[in-house]
Design a binder for this molecule. Sequence first.
Ligand SMILES: Cc1cc2nc3c(=O)[nH]c(=O)nc-3n(C[C@H](O)[C@H](O)[C@H](O)COP(=O)(O)OP(=O)(O)OC[C@H]3O[C@@H](n4cnc5c(N)ncnc54)[C@H](O)[C@@H]3O)c2cc1C
Length: 627
Amino acid sequence: MADPTGKPVSAAEARRVAEEARETEWKAPSFLKQIFLGNFRLDLVHPFPEAPPERPEFRDFMARLERFLMEKVDSDAIDREGKIPPAVVAGLAELGAFGMKIPTEYGGLGFTQREYGDAMKLITSRDANLIVLLSAHQSIGVPQPLKLFGTKEQKAKYLPRLAKGEISAFALTEPNVGSDPANLATIVKKTPEGDYILDGEKLWCTNGTVASLFVVMARHPDTKKISAFIVEKAWPGVEVGDRCHFMGLKAIENGIIRFHGVRVPKENLLWGEGKGLKLALITLNTGRLTLPASCAVLGKRCVEICRSWGNERVQWGEPIGRHDAIAQLLAEMAATTFAMDAVTDLASAMADMHDRDIRLEAAVAKMWNSEEGWKIIDRTMQIRGGRGYETADSLRARGEAPIPVERMMRDFRINLIFEGSSEIMRLFIAREALDRHLAVAGAFADPKAPFGTRLAALPRMAAHYAWWYPSRWLGWGRWPRFSEFGPLAGHVRYVDRTTRRLARTIFHLMLLHGPKLEKRQALLFRTVDVGADLFAMAAALARADQLRRAGAVEAPQAAELADVFSRTMRRRIAAHFRAVRGNDDVAKYATARRLLDGEHLWLERGMTPMAMAAELAAEAMPAAVGR
Ligand SMILES: Cc1cc2nc3c(=O)[nH]c(=O)nc-3n(C[C@H](O)[C@H](O)[C@H](O)COP(=O)(O)OP(=O)(O)OC[C@H]3O[C@@H](n4cnc5c(N)ncnc54)[C@H](O)[C@@H]3O)c2cc1C
């Protein structure tokens, strides 16, 4: 790991860069921020935001989109050939799908986040490669940061082109920059005229091999700050390198992009010098809402597949869905899918309200839906048995329904890695969960802070915690509160009182571990998981209640799913709290360190050497270990 000058980037430097890019202010309310502070702000999620009446233009678009997907998109062929046919890309452009979130005055469709999410759900139900193409373009590609931070001139110049179907890409990742932007090595230097010269290499840029416009993050070597630029592929010095290939998403146009002394006009700087990383993170706040929507649809598809197969497949004298082991999976799958849908709709509706801070909700939606979705697809493969593992083409050739569980699984796995890996989402959420405590007590707990500063923090701490801590024990979270939720009221009461328990637990961990808590990721992540599960419960319960109030025909079924889901979450949350109190984290960490130090190389005996590791292994493996 090295910075552009070749010096290694320390953990402290990596943290400093991340802290600098952090949005520090919370101007609008956040449901999850309050959850971590022990305040159950039901009013922020309940009543569940109603979908506004469907606009006729949107209904018309969705009908045309569905027809197009059914008639023109052959997902097995796209997967087999590793290419989205140009006619499909052109058809999507003609529908306006590249400009769904671009305002109408620039030639886009001007969809709300929720409408965009619904369209993306429909597309996911047909093909994951198309979703990645459209999402890399407009959830995180040029239109999103341009809409948020572009000048009038920049918008007028680029948004109409993008709405018409010019493809864009988001270029942050580099060989040494995955989760940690402190290592950014693409550099930008200012010319005497005020323009910029860009040099460097970007890795895994989705749409990179077909895009004509990029949003590129690069570092100023003098100030070390990061800026974002709109870069055109047609400019001299932009080189589109090799296309990369992956386990799934066989047709994504993902590649290496190189910049050799590319002159970027000053007009193409986005937002301001040094604001590039913040721009990337803010872009991802709403940008990453597409992914949970896709995950929710995958859940629905899996429920459909397993319901049908659970009835149809008879083994040991009964349909497999009636064997208890499979029935348990089916119930959990349906209940979790209901919650995933509620989580994504709630987070999208909050984004449309523009009066909430959704950065934590979006991060949790991304992390939670992708992880639950992965469990669901894994269970679907189990329930489909050998047919789950068989390719759709092979099933078809044998005269069976070409249900592509194998492809769905391959395509899905990346969701836990890109747009913020699960671990990085947890770190981000944990940082925000601790924010108030760090603001109040951070200086006192910092062993490097001067004695005077630590002392000065004491009165502030005393004033805050004298009220805050006792009040996390008070509050009535029992009957008859929340009775308006009918049979689900007990679960709402549980969320209320568990919110306070979570805040107390976080506080106790801080007291116990002090600044070292930062290093105890396993502990911190359990508290993040409790917060995420509480958010999912709140979303599911509020959605079920909304359906009941609206007199929807499916209201009783929704209540049943919300109940099963809440029961499951309550057991899981209890297990998390137990594991906070007693765990093997320290022992496991020590074992991992010994493993990394090579003390367990004996375990790796008896295999052929891995191609890429053969020489390294030969060098590293002590002769005594042998084979
Ligand atoms: C198919 C595909 C498409 C992509 N599209 C784009 C794109 O369009 N634009 C773009 O810029 N990038 C893109 N990426 C890059 C993607 O965002 C990164 O892969 C992702 O950020 C993770 O980085 P990494 O793979 O280098 O993993 P690393 O950062 O090396 O991490 C490896 C593992 O360590 C964990 N980890 C890292 N740091 C910590 C920590 N501090 N604590 C605990 N765990 C940690 C990670 O969660 C992960 O599990 C794409 C990648 C793929 C595979």
